[in-house]
Design a binder for this molecule. Structure first.
Ligand SMILES: Cc1cc2nc3c(=O)[nH]c(=O)nc-3n(C[C@H](O)[C@H](O)[C@H](O)COP(=O)(O)O)c2cc1C
Length: 214
């Protein structure tokens, strides 16, 4: 039985994070059900110069990712009768990447204003793995309260907050994006090679000891 990861793309800045997660899931051979919110069409257009259209989603997705996607089903965000809106539809878990403050709020309070929010609520109630990747700064008290509610409901709250320890201070934008995407795949339990893992050895320490300075 096909049991996909639902990937919800909401309208926060950070569409490269979504693209990196999708590419890595396909590279790992994982099936994906994709939901792109109405607002996310604006951020995809703004950040990539490309449209994402329900009627042309296959072509638009391939152009966005720059590769042929793997096993993917697309559900329009307005389709509240879609598979992922029911707990009986087999799903391994769900990630919202990037997650807008609006999506976090809607999921936290069970608003289900579209399929993305409904699918996330369903995965929470079914006690499946849910990861949300909020992208906003600074944040208000209500943003924080919604994230606490999501945490308490069992979600992994994984802010789009790249570390520099893998690639160093000269990290490229793609390396920073891949760091966040790799943490998402770690949270899902899907193997990946998106970043170099911490080995317990400081970069500076090994350089200093090689140079006989330590
Ligand atoms: C270009 C653009 C960038 C945006 N960036 C963010 C952002 O980084 N974080 C955020 O929470 N909302 C951001 N927004 C606002 C959301 O798109 C807006 O709150 C929307 O209602 C979210 O809807 P959704 O959760 O259904 O996708 C942005 C909007 C636009 C048009």
């Amino acid at each position: 039985m096909r049991s996909p990861w639902v990937v919800g793309v909401s309208g926060a800045s950070g569409t490269p994070y979504a693209a990196a997660v999708l590419r890595a899931l396909f590279e790992a051979g994982e099936p994906v059900d994709l939901i792109v919110s109405r607002a996310a069409r604006l951020t995809i257009l703004d950040e990539t110069g490309r449209p994402f259209r329900d009627a042309h989603w296959k072509d638009d997705l391939a152009a966005w990712l720059g590769t042929t996607p793997g096993d993917v089903v697309h559900w329009p965000a307005g389709d509240l009768a879609a598979g992922p809106s029911s707990g009986s539809y087999p799903v391994r878990g769900l990630v919202v990447v990037p997650a807008s403050t609006a999506a976090c709020a809607g999921i936290a309070i069970g608003l289900s204003k579209d399929l993305l929010q409904r699918a996330a609520e369903v995965s929470l109630k079914e006690r499946r793995r849910v990861v949300v990747v909020p992208r906003e700064t600074p944040v208000t008290r209500s943003h924080l309260e919604h994230l606490i509610a999501l945490h308490d409901a069992g979600a992994v709250v994984l802010p789009a907050s790249p570390g520099f320890y893998g690639a160093g201070a000269g990290a490229s934008a793609q390396q920073l994006v891949d760091f966040v995407a790799g943490k998402v795949l770690d949270a899902l339990g899907v193997p990946h090679t998106l970043f170099r893992r911490w080995t317990g050895e400081l970069n500076a320490r090994s350089q200093l000891s090689e140079g006989g300075l330590l």
